[in-house]
Design a protein. Sequence first.
Length: 448
Amino acid sequence: MNQLSLFDSENGYSLSQGFAPLADRMRPRDLEDYVGQRHLLGPRGILRQMLERDQVCSMIFWGPPGVGKTTLARIIANRTKSDFVNFSAVTSGIKEIKDIMRQAEENRGYGVRTLCFVDEIHRFNKAQQDAFLPYVERGSITLIGATTENPSFEINAALLSRCKVFVLKELTAEELTDLLSRALRDKRGFGSSKVRMDDALLRLIADFANGDGRTALNTLEMAVLNGEISADGSIAVTEETLRQCLGKKTLLYDKKGEEHYNLISALHKSMRNCDPDAAVYWLARMLEAGEDPLFIARRLVRFASEDIGLADNQALPLAVAAYQACHFNGMPECNVNLAQTVIYLSLAPRSNAVYRAYETAKEDALKQLAEPVPLQIRNAPTRLMEELHYGEGYVYAHNTREKMARMTCLPESLKERRYYLPTEEGGEGVLKKRLEESRAFRLGEETP
């Protein structure tokens, strides 16, 4: 099998001629070539209407990698005939920002707009972000920031309040397939070459790319450059070649970012909704992306008490056992331990009565006066305490026939308060009957 080398000049791929990656060569130059974000750029899309009216304001593009944030900013700059300044949050300092801002103010005096694009704006610290603020306020620049993180958490409130946030979505498999087909036809891509590749393989790349246009184009480029060259100069990309290029799929996941919390929320709420299929899927998404299994196990321990509680007394021991299993086995062996626990918790009878009992008691403990402990349930280890009536009236429950005493253990102002309100789910139904009997007896209404 002959392979096309990056150093071959045939078909125009000479490094000496300034070879650029396919993703850069295929970067759209106007809205007509732009792929995706129909909710913003379609006929009724708000961003398209802003562009058509030439009413572009400072904005934040929030979305995953490879969906066209930088490209869209360049298109906006060209369309509004603005100077385009590209900042990198990794390499740009405050001095550089202020120098360019001063130049932007001078240009403004000549009627020239300046569009400042800040990639990964969430990496700028507070001082760097604040450096833009006065120039955005005065209209000296139009700021477009791109971020993969939630702007609510990562961008200063003062700057964020002066920017319109647009959420950019992952590209669909259909959009990615169209993008790949265009790269094979367009002369900026492989249009000047004869590339033979089945549509099914393009769809395979699109599925692998997981909504990321850059990943899709990079994968296509690798597949073509490793394709089989025929005698007529055409390049054939086979499924075997493509699968070698794909390797193992890397899941988009940031263990400290928003996706971390989105996925654990998805797992928790799937279990709460008695959906083990969804719960196992979200579990796999986290584990295969490299999440710490002990973090997941701790969340399962919490879930066992918060959402199941006394409706199934085996839930908490099982969740604790899963945590121990993660310690013993580690990944990947503990994945099945976690899966077993997730499925059990998803299908167990559920009650949040324990959770509600504590939250209600916490509210009273924090907001009400610190009520003194009733005398009858205080210890009296000294004579002085006895003289002050500590422990007076206390009845040892085990000495009674009913194994309970008719005395109040809550402060006087809270003696009628009810915190634990059990359901009739699972084993909690038995506890509910027992609780009703004990409360009635303590109030002197009847003997259980």
